[in-house]
Ligand binder design. Structure first.
Ligand code: IMP
Ligand code: MG
Length: 180
């Protein structure tokens, strides 16, 4: 029997480039919200690494909460359905909310989250996303703070997963799987 073909990882964004860009985004946020408090909402689990690096570079009064939503299943295809699996711990009424996402892909997740959060009357609502894959949009969405715009490839690392694996990679890598 021949060995099954292996999964392949190819670096797309190096850790040093990510670090540098995260600092730039944090500096922009620090300028934009000067003298104000920001409430950062991380979308679990993909955004946890980006959020933890980003928030440490932000020089403002901050607070953190998390939300978990489901759209992707075990594989690489989105089901197109979004639902809340874990809601926020506290109210966002009157707060400057920054929703922190790992990647903007079809836009379904962000569109859904925007609607849910706007109904709770934050003072303002902006979106920070590490990655943007605009070629895959089904619904029009835009990030206010975007780390990198990337081509239509499936990526893992720096929080992003394939079936819950690879979140710990320090670089963002393109994953290619052997044919099924
Ligand atoms: P959207 O609703 O299609 O915009 O998908 C957003 C979610 O899909 C992200 O928060 C990721 O969890 C997942 N996702 C989209 N593209 C990728 C990818 O290339 N690698 C890993 N996860 C992805
Ligand atoms: Mg995911």
């Amino acid at each position: 029997m021949p060995e099954p073909a292996a999964e392949k990882l190819r670096v797309l964004l190096r850790r040093t480039a990510i670090q540098k860009r995260v600092k730039e985004v944090a500096l922009q946020i620090t300028k934009d919200y000067k003298g104000q408090r920001v409430h950062m909402i991380g979308v679990l689990k993909g955004a946890c690494i980006f959020l933890s690096d980003l928030i440490r570079e932000i020089n403002l009064d901050t607070s953190i909460d998390f939300m978990a939503v489901g759209s992707y299943g075990k594989g690489r295809q989105s089901s197109g359905q979004v639902r809340v699996n874990k809601d926020l711990d506290t109210s966002i009424e009157g707060l400057n909310v920054i929703l922190v996402e790992d990647i903007l892909d079809t836009g379904l997740t962000l569109n859904y989250l925007r609607r849910v959060l706007e109904q709770r009357h934050p003072k303002s609502l902006r979106v920070a996303a590490l990655l943007d894959k605009p070629s895959r949009r089904v619904q029009a969405v835009k990030g206010d703070y975007v780390g990198f715009t990337i081509p239509n490839e499936f990526v893992v690392g720096y929080g992003l997963d394939y079936a819950e694996r690879f979140r710990n990679l320090k670089d963002v890598c393109i994953l290619t799987l052997p044919p099924e």
